[in-house]
Design a protein around this ligand. Structure first.
Ligand SMILES: NC(=O)c1ccc[n+]([C@@H]2O[C@H](COP(=O)([O-])OP(=O)(O)OC[C@H]3O[C@@H](n4cnc5c(N)ncnc54)[C@H](OP(=O)(O)O)[C@@H]3O)[C@@H](O)[C@H]2O)c1
Length: 302
């Protein structure tokens, strides 16, 4: 038995693959270019798919224990042109549909499908604390997440456990947002963005990987889960924690209008966060290794 990780060649998929194989599990990564997925640990291999259909990988579904779908073109840092927005949406919806079709066509189905989504599902939310019962937003990212999550909905009727992971910014040494966030501090020009009060939901990559594995293993886990650290973190408090971890001041505020001018609509990622809380993970007893930004950043940047 093995785990299939669609889009597993990226930041989260690589870390999840390392963790699973270190415990003796086998992993099949679905990639559009398997020949470029190098340096995999023993027990993992890459198989070709087109990200749109079950063709070429359907046979692997029969013997797999779980499918984790992490596919999607990057949301940042490129500008959100109309073509880019289409790609952001299509890469997620088409891959989600392909996974669901492959599961539906299988004679032996996996126990669980974990489908990626983001806290962007909730849209910009000011000061309120947002748990999984909150209504979706209506901006571009919320619309992407709604359509993305909907691709996994038919799994319920097939009797396959469906877990949706609404992830915050994944903090990692090797990629994602953190290297971009840390750069101005390294150059002594770090500080809050906009008024700094906006929520900045985040999770340490080690906790993300542990949470995905925990959700795969716990049969009671189904539906949507916020994968964010439990500490309520505003942009200003993340800024202070970054300054502290790097031994730099955090005083150079970047005005909102500058970010909107530079990034356009995409500035929403930095300026309009949500205070998402991992209510369902905590209710079910998941323990975070890095619950505070200070602990996470001292581990990743210290
Ligand atoms: N990292 C975060 O902070 C964060 C936060 C919230 C949500 N998420 C979501 O979680 C998922 C995994 O995140 P990640 O950071 O690991 O992403 P990532 O590093 O960008 O990896 C995603 C993978 O998706 C595949 N992919 C990219 N464009 C594609 C396309 N047009 N069609 C089909 N496949 C495509 C790529 O694999 P191949 O090139 O090998 O095919 C890539 O390795 C993503 O869907 C992301 O939106 C991430």
């Amino acid at each position: 038995m093995y785990t299939i990780i669609a889009g597993g060649s990226g930041l989260i998929g690589r870390a999840l693959t390392e963790d699973l194989t270190a415990d003796g599990h086998e992993v099949i990564i679905l990639s559009r270019r398997p020949e470029r997925v190098r340096g995999l640990p023993p027990g993992a291999r890459a198989v070709r798919w087109d990200g749109r259909t079950p063709e070429g990988w359907q046979e692997y579904v029969e013997e797999c224990n779980a499918i984790v779908n992490l596919t999607g073109t990057r949301i940042a840092p490129w500008p959100w042109t109309a073509a880019r927005k289409r790609q952001i949406l299509d890469s997620r919806v088409h891959s989600g549909q392909a996974v669901t079709q492959a599961v539906a066509a299988a004679v032996k189905r996996p126990r669980v499908v974990v489908q990626a989504s983001g806290v962007g599902f909730y849209g910009p939310r000011g000061d309120e604390s947002i748990d999984e019962s909150a209504a979706p937003g209506d901006d571009f990212l919320a619309q992407v997440c709604i359509a993305w999550e909907a691709t996994a909905q038919p799994l319920d009727a097939l009797g396959v456990r469906r877990v949706i992971i609404r992830t915050g910014h994944v903090l990692s040494r090797t990629g994602g947002l953190l290297p971009y966030l840390a750069l101005p501090y390294r150059l002594w020009v770090g500080g809050p963005m906009g008024n700094g009060r906006q929520g900045q939901p985040w999770i340490h990559i080690a906790d993300h990987v542990a949470a995905v594995r925990w959700l795969i293993e716990h049969e009671v886990a189904a539906g949507a889960f916020n994968l964010v650290a439990p500490q309520r973190t505003s942009n200003a408090s993340m800024s202070r924690a970054l300054g502290q971890a790097l031994g730099r001041p955090a005083v150079v505020t970047v005005p909102a209008f500058v970010l909107r001018l530079l990034l356009g609509e995409e500035a929403t990622i930095l300026l309009d966060g949500q205070h998402a809380i991992p209510a369902r993970l905590q209710e079910l007893g998941f323990a975070f290794r890095f619950p505070t930004a200070e602990a996470a950043l001292s581990d990743l940047l210290g």
